[in-house]
Design a binder for this molecule. Structure first.
Ligand code: SF4
Ligand code: MG
Length: 328
């Protein structure tokens, strides 16, 4: 999966304005300062890899990431280290991402020490402040990660990401390991911190319900490619790509029996190491025609700031995608 989705090759530059981060090519997107940009898709679609590529935590096969006008790929290791403070990540599993042998204070204080942002005493104060900011108590600094619940551990991860005064934070499924009731709290916290510190957020998620209320724009990924990009309301009002339409239908709906998945996408995701030719979604798409398995659909601008990669998106726009979903 990694090798393929890392392959950024031959793409398009989509949006005007001055992006904070601009990734080219095969996957092409521009993230604007101060926005929350969501990347959604099923597991294995390459969204986590994309999130790591944006921060140059892994190297792309080809292509580039431009951050504040500078090519990240052109930077030396030393220059990149200088930028690390500004580019942070929050991981899916708050437990695995926290060193169990370090105190919470040391975990949160590490970026401050690493980037020489403060001396010892000031660092302790700053850690206490960060704990308060994420809704924990200053005396939690002396405790260890195992003493905290999943939601609290994710707050610790957020405090660590904030410690270096970042510009951009990538959240890689930041709430999917948490109980639904806790998810909302952590999402609210992220939104609040974004406003307070003027952050730019990239949220990687498989759950459209999670990103709906917190995102400004959304990119939908399938097998390493972005199939649709749109402002969040436009996407939910009228998803244009058959895959996005199917994802929408799979959103759990509240019911007397509780929150349950209404329908599921049929069929497995094909192997990313041998993706189907033409449109990669054609093996699962109810609208597929011969052209779909022959030619890769171009990325078209469907509306200003809105793109879709489907040969027949105009025709199927109002058709829905009932045949894609299993009976309830
Ligand atoms: Fe479906 Fe064809 Fe569009 Fe791909 S290009 S999403 S297979 S209709
Ligand atoms: Mg992932």
């Amino acid at each position: 999966a990694k090798a393929l989705v890392k392959r950024f090759g031959g793409g398009h530059s989509l949006l005007g304005g001055s992006p904070l981060v601009h990734a080219v090519d095969g996957v092409s997107l521009a993230i604007r300062p101060g926005e929350t940009f969501a990347v959604v898709g099923e597991s294995g679609c390459g969204k986590s890899t994309l999130g790591r590529l944006l921060l140059r935590l892994i190297e792309p096969t080809a292509g580039d990431v431009v951050y504040r006008g500078r090519s990240l790929m052109a930077l030396s290791a030393t220059e990149m280290r200088g930028l690390r403070r500004e580019l942070q990540i929050i991981f899916q599993d708050p437990y695995a991402s926290l060193n169990p042998r370090m105190t919470v204070g040391d975990i949160i204080g590490e970026p401050i020490w690493l980037h020489r942002l403060a001396g010892r005493a000031e660092r302790r104060e700053r850690v206490a402040e960060l704990l308060r900011i994420v809704g924990l108590l200053p005396d939690h600094a002396g405790r260890y990660p195992h003493e905290f619940s999943g939601g609290q551990r994710q707050r610790i991860g957020i405090a660590r990401a904030l410690a270096g005064k970042p510009v951009l934070i990538v959240g890689d499924e930041p709430v999917s390991a948490l109980d639904v009731s806790i998810q909302a709290q952590v999402i609210n916290l992220l939104e609040e911190l974004k406003e307070r510190f003027g952050l730019t957020l990239v949220i990687v998620a498989h759950d459209l319900a999670v990103i709906r209320h917190m995102s400004d724009r959304v990119a939908v990924m399938y097998l390493g490619e972005i199939v649709e990009q749109a402002p969040v309301d436009a996407l939910f009002d009228a998803p244009l790509h058959p895959y996005t339409q199917a994802l929408m239908k799979a959103i759990p709906v509240p019911s007397p029996a509780g929150r349950q998945a209404k329908t599921l996408l049929q069929g497995d995701v094909p192997s990313p190491t041998a993706p189907p030719p033409g449109c990669r979604f054609h093996t699962r798409c109810p609208h597929a025609r011969p052209l779909c398995s022959e030619a890769r659909p171009p990325v078209e601008e469907a509306a200003p700031g809105r793109t879709v990669a489907c040969h027949f998106w105009r025709e199927i726009q109002d058709a829905g995608s009932g045949a894609l979903v299993a009976p309830p």
